[in-house]
Ligand binder design. Structure first.
Ligand code: ARG
Ligand code: ZN
Length: 858
């Protein structure tokens, strides 16, 4: 039976829960098919609370018994929870329920992964463990007892008593249920120790399956670096005697910050030189940091309700970005983050799934763990910091931690500390949290021979439910360059607040002060990607070439190169005459510049993604044709290889990193440049060099780079087989093998390749990493995904439905592959719409996927 449309939850309807939980005691008697959970909640009315029925969330639970103050009661139970008459004053509520972790393929609540019991409670998974006020504004200290014959029994907080077959844990820090965690299984620990700056000794442990112990060193190093960094940069110390991280193979997300017991997707913990790439190492370092940083931004200060998700996620992503900048290269990290925003967040913000950083309604909260909440949320935090300045930023953060420690708070609370510290009104700034859509800043210039006048006009397009937009506060960093290449105006942040703003610069005086002649300067706009906006000020080829060669801002240099490439690719993809002279000259100059960081060079050498070109064409009112875009890229790569071949060969050789593998940023940058050069060189030599490199590859980074280069020139069959034979027993490495074949498949073969891999004995629908390695990669192969045969649309649709029956959260996430459907020509729109309609009409569709498809069909 299918119910009526599932309910929308609204921010405006928030009301606090009428009770407080003063203590939560849980006992687990673990069994794969019949785990017994007994709970004892100590409750008291919240002072001043309006009377309301006593309701506890609970889903897919078998209620065995319930008692109030020790006396058996019979609550009335629905699929969402239970209600019960309760006394007026304080009371205890006890329940015993039964759940079946082995049958839990949704991976929310308590489930089993490879024989290990694990939990994922954020956002609303705890209600699948027992009856509880499963909302982030109800905080309590937890006492947990686990009974099981599994050798390792873990939960949050500090360890208590234990004996054969049982262990107790006590978490003194009041927390909401979404931060609860339990792990039990045959696990091995790799241990270390950290002494906080006030002298607290903390035992660190990373728990993995037997055999994986030698892949934990990097995660441990990253953890210690994170703990040190948070002390130094934010004055934040760790607050328990023990910090545990567990790696599990089946996990919907990347990782989870459960108090004192982080649970990670094993792909974001395990690394050794022969199994993980440089990008894996960087990713592990930043996700370990992210989850650790949540201990303060998320756990000690949490969210009042799920609409405030960006309070913890935007801030914590911002902090992990800062951490990576400090440990690695700040400009390279900025380019990575800006590329991600443009490639994925702008796409979300410009389509049917657009929503504000703080959404105002949802059906399924899991659908709002998005690039907008996380990454745009982090950009908003970065703008706030830029506006208030470093000093007020730190004082504001201190005040936030001080004032709200142990509380569940809102964006208003967060902003008000900065208003207090700076005496600045942030009401207009707050629109960044409530308005969806990517703002555009169009810039026009007027030159009168001595002064350059810049006029800025901002606008934000309509998005679902938000036809009208008000102006935002935009910190817009600019610089001015003299045609000689000298910098006339160093980076200056202009605060744009009105729809139209004008600034006048005395270029003659600026030039004279440097002993230069008066000449019209070149404006360098939105330096360092200071605001997540689209700058509407088309640059000429000459300006781009000039900025690529001379700008002092590394982000802008890269951006200018990207613009050159984008223009050439758009021309090629639409059959216009393409002149790539300036682009190729610019590339050559960058490669030859000994002062530039190899990692930066590798980023300049990469072409814009096919999705970037598709979006650029769509913005110009031209329906993109994915096959033409693919062909344009292929032609361009051939031309780069032909024109810069010798330079690429020299670059490749000069980027060698002899000696044992080291994951540091400098070594990784050299390998990235060598790999990018190798891919292009393969177009000249048919893959000869890549074949040799594959055979001799000393680590996974180079093995995969060589294999990828081979597959992109239609070679590599023998190498793929050799790779499979060698790594068949390694899940994480095999994910790379699955993914690469789909990503590199020719457009006409992508769907067939994916279909064949779904039939591979190692494919399974129950491990999200494996599903993503095929399905996610198919969506990532734009020309293959949108091939006119429609074969990929069909396969993808079938796959989503198969997955939805097991794991709605991951199915819903993958469905965003269709979010761009309206940018294409009518026949392709109709083809995609047809598949979306088919999904929408499927009986028993999950709330997760149902909401996504409904929003996409709009
Ligand atoms: N809080 C976790 C993190 O950012 C992610 C949790 C994902 N949960 C979800 N329902 N999608 O590290
Ligand atoms: Zn997070």
């Amino acid at each position: 039976m299918k119910d009526a449309a599932p309910a929308q939850i609204h921010l405006r309807d928030y009301t606090p829960w009428p009770w407080e939980v003063t203590r939560t005691e849980l006992t687990f008697r673990l069994d794969p098919d019949a785990t017994r959970v007994t709970s004892r909640l100590s409750l008291r009315p919240r002072p001043g609370a309006a009377p309301a029925p006593f309701f506890l969330h609970g889903e897919e639970l078998a209620l065995l018994s319930a008692r109030i103050d020790g006396i058996p009661v019979s609550p009335s139970v629905t699929p969402e929870g239970l209600t019960c008459a309760v006394p007026d004053g304080p009371f205890t509520f006890e329940a015993e329920v039964e759940i079946a972790p082995a049958a839990n393929t949704a991976l929310e609540g308590l489930y089993m992964s490879n024989g290990v019991y694990a939990t994922q409670c954020e956002a609303e998974g705890f209600r699948r463990i027992t009856y509880y006020p499963d909302r982030p504004d109800v905080l309590a200290p937890f006492d947990v007892r686990i009974e099981s014959d599994a050798p390792v029994l873990l939960s949050n907080g500090n360890p208590g008593a234990s004996g054969p077959g049982w262990a107790e844990w006590h978490d003194p820090w009041p927390k909401p249920a979404y931060l609860f965690a339990l792990v039990a299984g045959d696990l091995r620990a790799v241990r270390d120790r950290f002494t906080t700056r006030s002298g607290r000794a903390v035992d660190l442990a990373i728990w993995v399956r037997p055999g994986d112990e030698d892949r934990c060193a990097w995660a441990l190093e990253s953890l210690k670096a994170s703990m040190r960094w948070d002390e130094e940069r934010y004055g934040r110390e760790y607050d328990l005697d023990i910090f545990n991280i567990v790696a599990v193979d089946d996990f919907n997300a990347g990782a989870m910050e459960n108090k004192g017991l982080n649970i990670f997707n094993s792909a974001l913990v395990l690394a050794s030189p022969d199994t993980a790439t440089d990008s894996d190492y960087e990713r592990i370092e930043s996700v370990i940091a992210h989850e650790y940083f949540h201990n303060w931004t998320g756990n000690r200060v949490t969210c009042r309700d799920w609409f405030q998700l960006c309070l913890k996620e935007g801030l914590t992503v911002f902090r992990d970005q800062e951490f990576t900048k400090d440990l690695r290269s700040a400009p390279v990290k900025r380019i990575e983050d800006a590329s991600l925003m443009r490639a994925r967040q702008f796409r979300e913000d410009g389509g049917p799934l657009a929503h504000p950083v703080r959404p105002e309604s949802f059906v399924e909260i899991n659908n709002f763990y998005t690039i907008t909440v996380y990454e745009k949320g982090a950009e908003v935090v970065g703008m706030l910091k830029r506006l208030v300045g470093d000093d007020a930023w730190r004082r504001g953060c201190d005040l936030h931690f001080d004032r709200h420690d142990g509380q569940a708070v809102t964006i208003e609370d967060w902003l008000s500390v900065f208003e207090e510290v700076t005496a600045r009104d942030l009401a207009q700034f707050k629109r960044w949290y409530s308005q969806a859509g990517t703002p555009r800043v169009s810039v026009s210039e007027e030159w009168d021979g001595t002064h350059l006048t810049l006029t800025f006009r901002q606008s934000t397009p309509p998005t679902p439910g938000q036809p009208e937009k008000a102006p935002l506060v935009i910190p817009f960093a600019i610089g001015l360059l003299h045609p000689s290449g000298a910098e006339l105006l160093p980076t200056t942040v202009i605060e744009l607040t009105a729809t139209t703003e004008t600034r006048r610069f005395d270029a003659a005086a600026l030039a004279a002060a440097k002993g230069l002649d008066t000449a019209r300067p070149v404006a360098s706009l939105n330096r360092d990607f200071s605001a997540p906006v689209i700058v509407d000020r088309p640059r000429t080829t000459e300006e781009n070439a000039f900025l690529l060669a001379h700008d002092t801002d590394p982000f802008l240099r890269w951006d200018a190169g990207r613009d050159l490439a984008r223009a050439v690719l758009c021309d090629r993809a639409t059959g216009a005459a393409a002149d790539d002279g300036a682009y190729l000259d610019g590339l050559a100059a960058v490669l030859e510049d000994p002062a530039l960081d190899p990692a930066f060079k590798a980023q300049v050498l990469a072409l814009p993604s096919e999705d970037d070109i598709a979006q650029t064409l769509a913005d110009r009112g031209l329906p993109p044709e994915p096959l033409e875009i693919r062909a344009a890229g292929e032609t361009q790569r051939d031309r780069i290889a032909a024109r810069l071949g010798d330079l690429l060969a020299r670059t490749h050789d000069a980027s060698a990193t002899p000696g044992p593998y080291r994951p540091d940023a400098a070594s990784a940058g050299r390998r990235a440049l060598a790999g990018a050069s190798l891919a292009l060189l393969s177009r000249r030599d048919g893959g000869a060099l890549a074949r040799a490199e594959f055979a001799a590859a000393p680590d996974m980074t180079r093995s995969l780079a060589a294999l990828s280069a081979l597959l992109s020139v239609g070679a590599g069959a023998a190498e793929l087989a050799a790779f499979e034979a060698r790594w068949r027993h390694d899940r994480l490495v095999m994910d790379k093998w699955f993914a690469l074949q789909v990503v590199r498949a020719a457009p006409a073969e992508a769907a067939a390749t994916a279909r064949r891999l779904i039939g591979h004995p190692l494919f399974t629908w129950t491990t999200p990493n494996r599903v993503r390695s095929v399905m996610g990669s198919l969506a990532g192969n734009a020309a293959g995904f949108h091939h006119p045969s429609g074969a990929a649309y069909d396969l993808y649709t079938e796959g989503l439905l198969t997955l939805d029956a097991r794991n709605p959260q991951t199915a819903a996430r993958l469905s965003t592959a269709f979010e761009t459907w309206r940018r294409y020509a009518p026949d392709r729109q109709a083809a995609i719409r047809h598949r979306l309609d088919r999904i929408a009409a499927t009986p028993g569709l999950s709330r997760d996927l149902g909401e996504m498809v409904g929003r996409m069909l709009g």
